[in-house]
Design a protein around this ligand. Structure first.
Ligand code: ADP
Ligand code: MG
Length: 351
């Protein structure tokens, strides 16, 4: 008869890593989210060999206490929620408590961290379930280094693409987080070369977040694209509370062959949603050529009761309580905005 046994912790974490850590870009996304959640105002990302050799993220956030470092790499241990009830009104990007444990199980991991007024400490792990922790001098904040991703899971390592392709995915993950937080300073470098230096964008009282957002978009994607943006805004008062849509869509002259330039933030979290992407496509129907995809940078803010963020291990998708009204709100807002602008059909399209 087969015997039922609990799996060793390392195997449990590697199974979770199968869902959470797909490639270097997933490591960058998780570490960036942790840095944002830590309250950091400056976050530096450095990768080597597309991130497969090294991902290093340095933040100046709150740091991790030396006595809690081991918990940071323990599966389902988190400082961000404490009860099932909080799961339905998560205010942080993280809450599952599994990213660091998963990453640690498929890489060589070093975390150095210090809290204000405390001594710093360093944690070292190398593909086993045990961590070495020792005192270390470091600035306030946290540095996480992930080396040799998938070194102990050769099959997964084989699935990695060229350094250039992986670096492209890292850049995208970086842009998604940097866009959502224009008031913070982010940098990204690859093999020692600085790819992005994004200083904080001020939000002047009279122009607010839209101005900061437009500046961040310009810093990431260039002044030409930023100049082609059309501001949109709408509010839908529901029984559960207000649903606010705001941000920018690009003039139909600016399109792409892919949907990667469709940025959608739901309560500050960058997500993908097929239904809303479809609504976007419908709004541009007749304004852009077949096969071309619109560009957008949109924010949806809504009561937490209307959106479940705990449906996807990488938190790339959410589930809306009622997606029909959102579809109509997006489509209606863009249609009426386009009607009020002087947009012409079939304008020249270029990549
Ligand atoms: P989660 O983000 O879902 O809580 P993680 O595995 O990503 O899970 O992180 C575990 C915990 O480690 C976090 O809850 C947080 O307390 C701590 N932590 C991780 N990264 C940082 C960081 N950069 N700064 C401060 N604390 C961090
Ligand atoms: Mg996290």
């Amino acid at each position: 008869m087969p015997t039922i046994r609990p799996l060793p912790q390392l195997v449990v974490n590697q199974i979770a890593a199968g869902e959470v850590v797909e490639r270097p870009a997933s490591v960058v996304k998780e570490l960036l989210e942790n840095a944002v959640d830590s309250g950091a105002t400056r976050i530096d990302v450095a990768i080597e060999e597309g991130g497969a050799g090294l991902v290093r993220i340095v933040d100046n956030g709150c740091g991790i206490g030396a006595d809690e470092l081991h918990l940071a790499v323990t599966n389902h241990a988190t400082s961000k929620i404490a009860s099932a009830e909080e799961l339905f009104r998560v205010g942080t990007l993280g809450f599952r408590g599994e990213a660091l444990a998963s990453i640690a199980s498929v890489s060589r991991l070093v975390i150095r961290s210090r809290q204000e007024g405390c001594d710093g400490a360093e944690l070292v792990m190398s593909g086993s379930a045990t961590a070495d922790i020792s005192p270390a001098g470091c600035p306030v904040g946290t540095t996480v280094e992930v080396r040799d991703l998938f070194f102990n899971t050769p099959v997964r390592r084989k699935f990695l693409r060229t350094a250039q392709t992986e670096a492209g995915h890292v850049s995208e993950a970086f842009a998604r987080v940097a866009l959502a937080h224009p008031s913070r300073h982010f940098t990204l470098s690859h093999n020692g070369r600085l790819l992005h230096d994004l200083p904080p964008c001020p939000a002047p009282p009279e122009e607010g977040e839209d101005r900061a957002w437009r500046d961040r978009i310009a810093a990431l994607f260039g002044e030409d694209l930023s100049a082609a943006l059309i501001a949109v805004e709408s509010r839908d008062e529901r029984t559960e509370g207000l649903v606010r849509l705001s941000g920018f869509v690009a003039d139909p002259k600016e399109t792409r062959t892919h949907t990667r330039m469709q940025y959608l933030l739901v309560n500050g979290r960058a997500i993908r949603d097929r239904s809303l992407q479809h609504a976007l496509g419908e709004a541009y129907r007749g304004l852009i050529l077949t096969g071309r995809k619109p560009i957008c940078f949109l924010r949806l803010e809504m009561p937490p009761a209307l959106v479940d963020v705990n449906v996807h291990p990488q938190k790339l998708e959410v589930r809306f309580a009622d997606s029909g009204p959102l579809y109509s709100q997006l489509l209606g807002t863009l249609r009426s905005r386009f009607l009020s602008s002087d947009l012409r059909v079939g304008a020249s399209n270029h990549i």
